[in-house]
Ligand binder design. Structure first.
Ligand SMILES: NC(=O)CCC(=O)C(=O)O
Length: 271
């Protein structure tokens, strides 16, 4: 595929392990990986973290260890973004809001200003999320220096309607933090690829690695372009996965196969 334009975005995905139930240790650990990432060549424009990186799936303790109003997380990510002049999609963290605990993503620009906040819409019963967490209530898009990004957290990618409605709303890159384990690597790769191809958009997905209470997380963080080509893919160990987004490619692919113009929404009856 011919790629043009100098409006590119260098992305670094922090594919790290997470210690269950230890937000302080996880912040220090992720912070060290983030420092390493911003020292990379090329320098990243955007860092992406995995899902629930503050607590892991310590759901029986979640009431005690979720970040109240996300204040600590937001302050820390904002300071890092400003100090290193880098945009951050801060994966997601367990956040306490009133009497609810949510699985929430925060995004920041290079000045450390918060540009997005999204709480996972679809709770994953196989990991007991619905017993301990509350679901978010709206899809979210946000701006990354002129590139419109949409949020999906892990299990959310099994719901094509969400990615499609974000695409119809102008989203050109879907950001997906995850804690997605074996034995569903095939689902992970196939669903992310499908979301990219059907919506003709970039998909940027950061999955954790390591084992936690008998569950093995496989990494395989991915950057997929709007034609469905893999730009970068991690292995199963800790690493920083890097790749470049070329925003013009979204319009080029959408021009090549006019999927959005060819839709027949009047025939799709189910809400
Ligand atoms: N944390 C999650 O949402 C995991 C989703 C998952 O593993 C799946 O198969 O879906």
């Amino acid at each position: 595929m011919v790629q043009t334009g100098d409006n590119k975005l260098n992305v670094a995905l922090i594919q790290a392990d997470i210690e269950i139930g230890n937000p302080k240790a996880n912040k220090a650990y992720l912070g060290a990986w983030m420092e390493k990432a911003v020292g990379g060549n090329p320098r990243p424009d955007l860092l992406v973290l995995p899902e629930m990186w503050n607590t892991g799936y310590a759901l029986e303790q979640i009431d005690d260890i979720a970040d109240p109003d996300g204040e600590d997380t937001r302050g820390w990510l904002s300071d890092f973004a400003r100090k290193h002049r880098v945009m951050i999609v801060g994966g997601s963290v367990a956040v306490r809001k009133g009497d609810r605990i949510l699985n929430t993503m925060y995004a920041f620009d290079r000045d450390g200003r918060q540009v997005g906040e999204y709480s996972k819409l679809h709770l994953f019963r196989l990991m007991d999320e619905e017993k301990h967490l509350a679901a978010g209530d709206e899809p979210v898009k946000f701006d990354l220096e002129g590139l419109t990004a949409g949020a999906s957290i892990c299990y959310d990618i099994r719901f094509p309607e969400l990615a499609r409605s974000l695409a119809l709303d102008g989203v050109k890159v879907l950001i997906v933090p995850a804690e997605w384990p074996h034995p569903r690597l095939h689902h992970w790769r196939t669903l992310l690829m499908a979301r990219a191809i059907e919506n003709q958009m970039y998909v940027v997905a950061c999955n954790r690695v390591g084992s936690s209470r008998g569950t093995d997380f496989f990494g395989h963080s991915l950057i997929i372009d709007p034609w469905g080509e893999i730009v970068a893919e991690g292995g199963e160990a800790e690493e920083i996965v890097t790749g470049t987004i070329l925003p013009e490619l979204v319009d080029e692919v959408r021009g090549r196969i006019p999927v959005f113009a060819d839709r027949r929404p009047e025939l799709y009856s189910h809400k």
